[in-house]
Design a protein around this ligand. Structure first.
Ligand code: GFB
Length: 323
């Protein structure tokens, strides 16, 4: 097992204002490295010249590629061009610039939606490209698969020590809580909080409530990413998950319980379900010695409190359609 020292290194966290990037920055504070970051206003990662100039000027030694255009099932369906182009361009530009400027280590983040819609569960890394993708997130998945392949190609052709991890559905503070573009967990936190505050009799879930999802707190994700940077090198990507999943209905019940909301849970079958299940086998990562530490219930309680505080403080919550 490699041991890469982060201490004293200049680390660029691409996407440092997003939910994942900001968690990585928080976690890196314990590693004694210098964080290099690019304010969104001054650098557009979908423009190659901008990325090139930024890397040339700041000379990072390590990159965590946490920048992405992300969103929930409806945002993915509604904006396939933006999800495909932005994620493809950002991955290509950051990886190529890293190589050109001799960046020692790069960690690319994918997503569990890269796997086929009907992959055998729990999904092993080998399932990649073994069947058709889930249509609702086909554009995002294709861009992420290209990113993975770029990492592998730069390893093979140029001997670069770049790696990739595939996280499951992530949640945490700093998430996007916009009702139309968010993922399911921030959407539920918002719906339940509003229903409780306004004393509404019910909340409504999209779809049938039967799809199963695996959720990991973003602080656990950041911890695993730092662990991988320090301890892992090798071909192929690694799954990064919590190891258990639950139905969307059970998730909604958990959010209601955490919030102390006793209204009904209704379903809106006109909305898509997406893939029926995407529980990953994260055995390889666990064999390296990493385990998640935050239970789903505790994680939801923390994010619910974070969200409620924000709403109480300014009456609204900024939404962030991309990281
Ligand atoms: O989190 P989510 O939007 O994305 O939806 P995916 C997960 C499940 O929750 C779907 C249901 O079955 C939704 O229909 N759901 C129920 C809701 N109520 C709601 C709600 O109010 N809002 C939302 N958003 N969902 C995304 C991909 O897939 O997952 C991305 O589209 C990415 O590309 C991401 O991979 C992690 O898990 O279905």
């Amino acid at each position: 097992m490699t041991h890469y020292r982060l201490e004293g290194r200049r680390v660029w966290v691409a996407g440092h204002r997003g939910m994942v990037g900001s968690a990585v920055v928080r976690r890196l504070a314990r590693e004694g490295c210098t964080i290099v970051s690019a304010p969104r206003e001054t650098i557009d990662l979908t423009r190659q010249a901008a990325v090139e100039a930024f890397v040339a000027a700041t000379r990072p030694q390590t990159i965590v590629m946490a920048a992405a255009r992300v969103g929930g099932i409806l945002a993915n369906q509604a904006q396939p061009a933006a999800f495909l182009y932005d994620n493809l361009a950002m991955a290509a530009h950051v990886i190529e610039a890293a190589h050109r400027h001799g960046v020692e280590r790069l960690l690319f983040l994918g997503s569990s939606c890269v796997y086929p819609k009907f992959a055998a569960q729990p999904i092993r890394e080998e399932a990649l490209l073994s069947g058709p993708l889930e249509p609702t997130n086909d554009a995002y998945a294709v861009a992420k698969i290209a990113g993975l392949r770029l990492v592998e190609a730069y390893r093979r052709q140029y001997g670069r020590d770049y790696i990739a991890a595939m996280p499951c559905n992530l949640y945490g503070p700093g998430d996007n809580f916009d009702p139309t573009t968010s993922h399911v967990l921030p959407a539920l936190i918002r719906k339940v909080h509003e229903a409780k505050r306004l004393d509404l009799p019910a909340i409504t879930l999209w779809g049938s409530g039967t799809p199963r999802r695996e959720f990991l707190h973003v602080d656990d994700c950041a911890d695993a990413l730092v662990f991988l940077l320090k301890n892992h090198s090798g071909d192929g990507h690694l799954n990064l998950g919590a190891g258990t999943d639950l139905t969307i209905l059970a998730l909604a019940e958990m959010v209601c319980e955490v919030a102390g909301y006793r209204g009904e849970i209704l379903l809106d079958p006109s909305k898509p379900d997406g893939t029926p299940r995407k529980l990953m086998d994260s055995g390889r990562l666990q064999a390296l010695g990493w385990q998640p530490a935050i239970t789903l219930r505790d994680g939801i309680a923390g994010v619910y409190a974070w969200f409620a505080d924000r709403v109480a403080a300014d009456g609204s919550i900024a939404h962030r359609p991309d990281a």
